[in-house]
Structures are given as structure tokens and as C-alpha cells.
Ligand binder design. Sequence first.
Ligand SMILES: C[S@@+](CC[C@H](N)C(=O)[O-])C[C@H]1O[C@@H](n2cnc3c(N)ncnc32)[C@H](O)[C@@H]1O
Length: 254
Amino acid sequence: MSESPETALRRALEMIEPEMLRGVARTDGGYVELLPDVPAPNPSPASIAMNNPVVAAIYEKLWRPFGVSMMGIAGMSMSAERAKAVADLRLSGHQRVLDVACGPGNFTKFLSEALTGDGLAVGFDISEAMIARAVRDNRGPRAAYVRGDAAHLPYADATFDAVCCYAALYLVPKPMTMLDELIRVLRPGGRIAIMTSCEPRPAPLGSVVGFGTGLAGVRMFPKNQFTDIFARAGMTDMEQDIHGLAQFVSATKQ
Ligand SMILES: C[S@@+](CC[C@H](N)C(=O)[O-])C[C@H]1O[C@@H](n2cnc3c(N)ncnc32)[C@H](O)[C@@H]1O
């Protein structure tokens, strides 16, 4: 059973495929470091922000609430979004949860608090600044952090009971590669929950928003893109909620 942040960290380390550790993993920063001496890439203004320690420090209290209000989901507080993630993932008990692109752990810690006994929430992110902040602000007896690239998750197939990915697929250069990885590491019967962008209608409005977000390095996804992918993957119990420019999609892997 995880009884301390140190135990949670050890358990998070043990979940990683041995060949992915390759003798390079470090834990001296309070998290599992799989990319020592490799800085996070900065392909866009949005990515540059995510790698900035000042943004990491204000992310949970200021940056994200502002970003969320820009996406038109101002009516939904962070606590409502967290409760939605727990409900959509159907979290409880001894489950093992992966929170991909966890930022400063603003969801990971909360997800971990829905678990008991051997339950564990692993926050996974590529930004050193974000992971350092997660360790500082959001460690827990069932919450631990790993720094790595979600385009190549270091886990065997079907490792996790639930996989969460909020506010990240629209930022990364290869979102479908990341999505494939999220589905791969989820066990059959497990739940996936994503929050990402949703193209507005009518089309002229979509073009204006798309131009602005494109400059910032944020991608807008069509409304049906993720539901279609999940359906083609044979997923069931699908739910989609659209709030402004954001969509929440969850489903069960078969
Ligand atoms: C906007 S934050 C989302 C944080 C949190 N999930 C939330 O909903 O507030 C996006 C995160 O994606 C991370 N990220 C971007 N590319 C990544 C990658 N290839 N692998 C892992 N994390 C990545 C960034 O470092 C950043 O912390």
C-alpha cells in the first residue's frame, strides 16, 4: 500500500518497463526522470510557456483558469472539472491511473484522492518546470510523477485501469501518436477521459478562431474527431460534453 510520497514514487518507478529505464532514470528530484539532460522541445509559443518555471508557478491558480475562460468554459470551475474527470474515469479503490501531460499535477493529486489502498495516480509530463512544481505542490501518498515524452509511454500494454489527458492534445505536434499511446496503455474495461479543443461553428467563426489559436500553437479539433476514433477502436459507453471551445470525451476500452 502507498503510505507516503516516497512509497508512491517507488511504485511509479516499478511500473515502468525495465528496458525504458536503460540505466538513465533518476529519482533525486522527487520524480522519475526518464530524460536526464534532455530539455523539453519548444515547437510553439504555447510549448515555450509550458516549459517556463514562472508559468509553472502560476499555472494552477492563474494561467489555467484564464485559459479555460478563453475556451468559453468559464462556467465550469476547476473543482467541477476535477469531479468530472473522477466521474468520467469511474475512479475508486485500488486502480492505477495515468494522468498524461499532467502539468503541475493540478488533476493528478485530486485523482489520487479518489483512490484507496494500493491505488496510485501517476502524473506524466515532459516539462521539467511543470514536473518540479507538481512534486512541490501536488505529491501525495497515492500521487507520484514521471518526466518523459508521452509520444513513447514507458509502460507495457494495458498497464493502467484509467487514463486521463486534459488540456494537452491540442498543444502537441503529433496528437494522434499520443492518443494511440493513451489507448495502448489502458487495460480492456478501463476508462479514458480527454479534454481538448473543439472547432466552433459556423465555419467563418472557426476560421477566425483557428487563425488565432494556430499562431499560439494550439490546434482546433473537429467535434467528431475523437468520438469517431474511439468508435473505430471499438470503445463503448462513450460520453461527449462540449463547453464553448472545449470538448470532454470519455469511453471504455474493449
Ligand atoms: C496545458 S498543460 C495541461 C495540464 C493539466 N493536464 C491541466 O489540464 O491543467 C499541458 C501539458 O502538456 C505537456 N506536454 C506537452 N507535450 C508533451 C509530451 N510530448 N509528453 C508529455 N507531456 C507533454 C506540457 O509540458 C504541459 O505541462
